[in-house]
Design a protein around this ligand. Structure first.
Ligand SMILES: Cc1cc2nc3c(=O)[nH]c(=O)nc-3n(C[C@H](O)[C@H](O)[C@H](O)COP(=O)(O)OP(=O)(O)OC[C@H]3O[C@@H](n4cnc5c(N)ncnc54)[C@H](O)[C@@H]3O)c2cc1C
Length: 129
């Protein structure tokens, strides 16, 4: 790997950006979905999944004649929870020193099924249809 990097002609860094809080809609005329609305850090591997959920649920809100603000309010709560899980993953996966030892101890005490069940709210989400 070091050799590979040494031979790179112009090595660059691939920065990661996320969007902070802001408006997603302008009245009932325009609404942003996906990364345009809520680009997030990739530590929960859910950015594209959130864009797909957005699209599915937006279709449902529009079909029901609901205001875009209702869609935004509904999706912002879901996205905030996923974003916060990503921040936790970042902390846990990249832990160093005693924190890492503590993390490994906690994980070794949990049954795999119980660990997986912690993610039911994330991967078992039932979009509104
Ligand atoms: C390192 C990394 C790892 C990731 N891993 C995961 C993962 O495991 N799982 C997951 O779910 N997500 C993951 N993501 C996030 C995911 O890639 C994004 O959330 C997702 O691609 C967002 O989709 P989008 O359609 O909203 O935006 P984009 O994919 O950015 O699509 C926007 C499109 O619009 C086009 N465009 C822009 N401006 C214009 C214009 N003026 N006219 C016409 N077209 C235009 C762009 O070229 C682009 O094709 C990861 C992201 C990163 C950076």
């Amino acid at each position: 790997m070091v050799d590979l990097l040494r031979h790179a002609v112009e090595p660059t860094i691939w920065p990661l950006y996320e969007l902070s809080a802001g408006a997603w809609n302008r009245g009932d005329e325009v609404v942003l979905i996906g990364d345009a609305a809520h680009a997030m850090m990739p530590f929960a591997a859910q950015g594209a999944a959130m864009a797909i959920e957005d699209a599915f649920e937006l279709a449902s809100f529009v079909a029901d004649g609901k205001p875009l603000a209702a869609f935004v309010d509904h999706r912002k709560r879901r996205v905030a929870r996923v974003r916060s899980r990503g921040a936790f993953n970042r902390f846990a996966y990249h832990a160093r020193g005693p924190v890492r030892l503590g993390r490994d101890l906690v994980l070794s005490l949990r049954r795999p099924e119980s660990l997986a069940a912690d993610f039911d709210w994330l991967y078992g989400y039932e979009p509104k249809d």
